[in-house]
Design a protein around this ligand. Structure first.
Ligand code: PGA
Length: 249
């Protein structure tokens, strides 16, 4: 019932030529795998070029978005700008935005509401630091990030929101959560959705796992009952590796 979503987060990588080449290769795989959705989030500066090679199936996304639709917000990108470039989704609250650039839950909530108001499907990223996990605070942190991230959001259609659980200690470190840790967190988040929304929201919202997903571990991660896809950083920059991830068993 939940269509798997494999999402590549390119972060601050690739020049225009490289971006177009990789997107074209991923678009071919997306065409060949009609039972799953595939998304890429290139840097803003590559979106126009990448769009030309995306085809019908590959979903284009922004890596962040402002809450306002225009104005004096130097360095920000507005939701209609992403829409104009063909984006259907946008990553919001990525751990690098939270921890490197200091975005807090309130700002992330504003970004998320701005995105949704303009018809972009947000991927709300949540996840605990190692310190928080070691202190036994994982679920408390996830609950705060979900509740504050979704504050004042009317959830009606599960297709309008995606959540990504990305333990901060697993991002770019080569360490993945165990499948049991991932499933436990995903099940907990689904329970939070059941509290805040309708039953169909909890059952239908896709929850992705992210953090050092690669060709070797994707099958085990995707086999967990509440894992509906993957948000992939480093391994999405290689066409071969990302193809293998998209074609998870
Ligand atoms: P990673 O990044 O796959 O390189 O760990 C995941 C992410 O930041 O979304």
């Amino acid at each position: 019932m939940r269509t798997p979503l494999i999402a590549g987060n390119w972060k601050m990588h690739l020049n225009l030529t490289e971006a177009a080449e990789l997107a074209a290769a991923v678009a071919r795989v997306a065409e060949a795998c009609p039972d799953r959705e595939v998304m890429i989030a290139p840097p803003f500066t590559s979106l126009a070029r990448v769009r030309e090679v995306c085809g019908e199936r590959l979903i284009l996304a922004g890596q962040n978005v402002c809450w306002e639709e225009k104005g004096a917000f130097t360095g920000e990108i507005a939701p209609p700008m992403l829409r104009e470039l063909g984006c259907r989704m946008v990553i919001i609250g990525h751990s690098e935005r939270r921890h490197v650039f200091g975005e807090d839950d309130q700002m992330i909530n504003r970004r998320l509401r701005g995105a949704m108001a303009h018809g972009l499907v947000p991927i709300l990223c949540i996840g605990e630091t190692l310190e928080e996990r070691d202190a036994g605070r994982t679920m408390e942190v996830l609950e705060r990030q979900v509740r504050q991230g979704l504050d004042q959001v009317g959830l009606e259609d599960p297709a309008r929101l995606v959540i990504a659980y990305e333990p901060v200690w697993a991002i770019g470190t080569g360490k993945t959560a165990t499948t049991a840790q991932a499933q436990e967190a995903h099940e907990f988040v689904r329970g939070l959705l059941a509290d805040t929304g309708e039953k169909n929201i909890a059952e239908g919202t896709r929850i992705l796992y992210g953090g050092s997903v690669n060709a070797a571990n994707v099958d085990d991660i995707m086999a967990q009952a509440d894992v509906d896809g993957a948000l992939v950083g480093g391994a999405s920059l290689s066409a071969e590796t990302f193809e293998r991830i998209i074609r998870f068993a």
